[in-house]
Design a protein around this ligand. Structure first.
Ligand SMILES: [Zn+2]
Length: 305
């Protein structure tokens, strides 16, 4: 994935491929349904739920899947649409866990009733299950099941440090509904966050492809003035040679943004990176920047890499 444009900031066009975005949404949902199933199985296998770990993982999976599909198939340059698709897939991801739980509940209930009443037809058994939910909660089907969960769910907090449950507490009624909302917000929020900026990345409308951003080389500051003059003369081989190789300490970063198909309208810049001596603290200064024609772009990419 490219980093943000090194050109002066331009507004994303808002365009996208409609069939591609449909693929992104459908594919994103397919991915989250399968992951939802896996997480649901894991949660039931370890027989307790670790609060907020599963939604965080689901949110990351949903966000990554919709971002990848929206970039490749949807070619989406509409940030609002990109985020909306992630939100829809996130809501589905949240619901999937409970639909799967509900399916498991029904099959257990079904088996129990068949055991008690071997003569009953499957239609009758289904009816008994719904009737029981109705009596317990006032609702049948998935809604009744969610009400039932709201009455009986228990959540355990485990400590990673000691690997043992610290506290088991029951969430029910209103507090469980709040917990579900937090889960939903976590999944949706994380998915939206991951998808917030890909649609703003530079794009070549002519070739219908994303532009590339690359740092083909890091050079030494020693002969940087010579390198800048050579770039201004459009003498790429001399410029690259003058940049030399990066030693320890301060260095020069060559950046280039280009369309990997047509190479039109590329843009390059030289940035001086100064090591302040403090750990992880660098200062940057723009030394030179300019557009490059396709021929010069190819030269830079060939010689600098
Ligand atoms: Zn192009």
């Amino acid at each position: 994935m490219q980093s943000a444009s090194i050109l002066s900031p331009s507004k994303p066009s808002g365009k996208f491929s409609l069939p591609g975005m449909v693929v992104a949404l459908a594919g994103g949902i397919a991915v989250v349904v399968s992951f939802g199933a896996i997480f649901s199985l894991i949660t039931s296998a370890i027989s307790f739920s670790i609060p907020l770990v599963v939604p965080a993982m689901l949110g990351a999976v949903v966000g990554y899947a919709t971002m990848k599909l929206g970039t490749s198939f949807g070619r989406c340059r509409n940030p609002k649409l990109a985020v909306s698709v992630a939100i829809i897939a996130g809501v589905v991801a949240w619901g999937t866990q409970y639909v799967i739980d509900y399916g498991r509940f029904r099959s257990v209930a079904f088996a129990t009733i068949v055991h008690e009443l071997p003569q009953a037809t499957s239609q009758q058994v289904d009816h008994f299950v719904d009737q029981w939910l109705q009596e317990e909660t006032g609702q049948s089907g998935l809604v009744g099941f969610m009400f039932l969960k709201a009455d009986s769910e228990s959540i355990e907090i485990t400590s990673h440090q000691y690997g043992v449950p610290l506290a088991g507490f029951r969430l029910s009624g209103f507090s469980l509904v709040i917990y579900w909302l937090i889960e939903l917000l976590m999944i949706v929020g994380l998915a939206a966050y991951i998808n917030r900026s890909y649609a703003k990345q530079p794009y070549c409308d002519q070739c219908e492809t994303w532009r590339d951003y690359e740092v083909p080389m890091l050079g030494s500051p020693e002969h940087v003035d010579e390198a800048i003059t050579a770039f201004q003369r459009r003498d790429i081989p001399t410029a690259i040679e003058a940049l030399g190789t990066c030693e320890q300490g301060d260095f020069i970063r060559l950046e280039i943004e280009y369309c990997p198909r047509c190479f039109e309208d590329a843009y390059a810049k030289l940035v001086a990176v100064h090591d302040t001596g403090q750990p992880k603290h660098w200062t940057e200064q723009l030394l030179w920047s300019n557009r490059l024609d396709p021929n010069l772009t190819r030269q830079v990419l060939e010689l600098a890499r």
